[in-house]
Design a protein around this ligand. Structure first.
Ligand SMILES: C[S@@+](CC[C@H](N)C(=O)[O-])C[C@H]1O[C@@H](n2cnc3c(N)ncnc32)[C@H](O)[C@@H]1O
Length: 263
């Protein structure tokens, strides 16, 4: 890990370090403020291997979710071949291991993945290259400008797993989860759709709960502590989570349901 003399960084520890950058500095109180529309994460990390560059050049165009033309709104179901039972979205898929796991187990579900970090995109492409699944589309960029281009109620599940915690007080405006994003997701998600969020950052957890509990369109499905303390079986761990198991309070797994629309 960075700052651990003598320890060689593997690509996965580097990825984890990047996600963990700016680790929690204290129990600063949450401060919603206005959202910051700029993307502050990294788009590239360590130099890509030639094979990864090749996948980005040749395979990514085949599975890339392109921005719909200006002014148009698309129903996400039409992006995939016919017969997809549902459409799911994973925001910030990192190296894509959770997304690939879900796609392999749900071949009749179309999964959209957004991730601006190209090294992570290249990893997912490498995972997909053999089987060439038809139920994955990738948006290799910030998800936020894309979301307004989707039609209402087209998504049955949304994943936001270990979003960057941005722990410093002055950086909290960078946090992905905020009221405008939840408003947009509420519009895009169909009634009864599920929003899954995980975090291992206690300050961000408080922030996330505060925003979600206050949101009229989402209801927390947890009935007892085990529902959020333990990972459900159909929720594989990610590289980030695996590398950050530190003996701290651990990860929290939140499942919210999109309330039925009224009127
Ligand atoms: C801490 S990492 C977690 C990655 C992955 N979900 C996991 O659990 O391994 C957070 C990821 O969210 C991505 N991200 C941050 N802001 C984003 C945005 N606006 N749109 C899409 N992805 C974003 C980052 O690039 C980063 O890869």
């Amino acid at each position: 890990m960075a700052g651990s003399p003598g320890k060689r960084q593997t690509s996965s520890t580097r990825f984890t370090t990047r996600c963990k950058r700016g680790a929690l500095t204290g129990n600063e109180t949450s401060n919603s403020g206005a959202e910051d529309p700029r993307f502050h994460g990294r788009r590239r990390g360590r130099k890509l291997r030639p094979g990864q560059e090749r996948l980005l050049e040749t395979y990514l165009p085949e599975v890339r979710l392109n921005m719909p033309p200006d002014g148009s709104v698309v129903d996400p179901t039409v992006l995939f071949r016919a017969g997809m039972r549902e459409i799911w979205l994973e925001i910030g898929f990192g190296a894509g291991e959770h997304l690939a796991w879900q796609a392999a187990r749900h071949p009749d579900v179309g999964i959209l993945g957004a991730e601006p970090f190209l090294n992570g995109v290249a990893r997912l492409l490498a995972e997909m290259a053999d089987g060439r699944p038809e139920n994955i589309l990738i948006h290799p960029d910030d998800v936020r400008p894309l979301l307004p281009r989707f039609a209402d109620a087209g998504l049955a599940r949304v994943f936001i797993l270990f979003p960057d915690p941005w722990p410093k007080l002055r950086h909290k405006r960078r946090r992905l989860i905020n009221t405008p994003l939840l408003d947009t997701l509420a519009r895009l998600m169909r009634d009864g759709a599920e929003l899954r969020v995980a975090t291992d950052d206690q300050d961000y957890l408080v922030w996330i709960l505060r925003h979600l509990q206050a949101h009229p369109d989402f209801a927390w499905s947890a009935r007892r502590a085990d529902d959020w303390r333990h990972r459900p079986e159909d929720w594989p761990d990610t590289r980030y989570e695996d590398k950050n198991r530190s003996g701290g309070p651990g990860s929290t797994f939140l499942r919210y349901t999109r309330n039925p629309r009224t009127g």
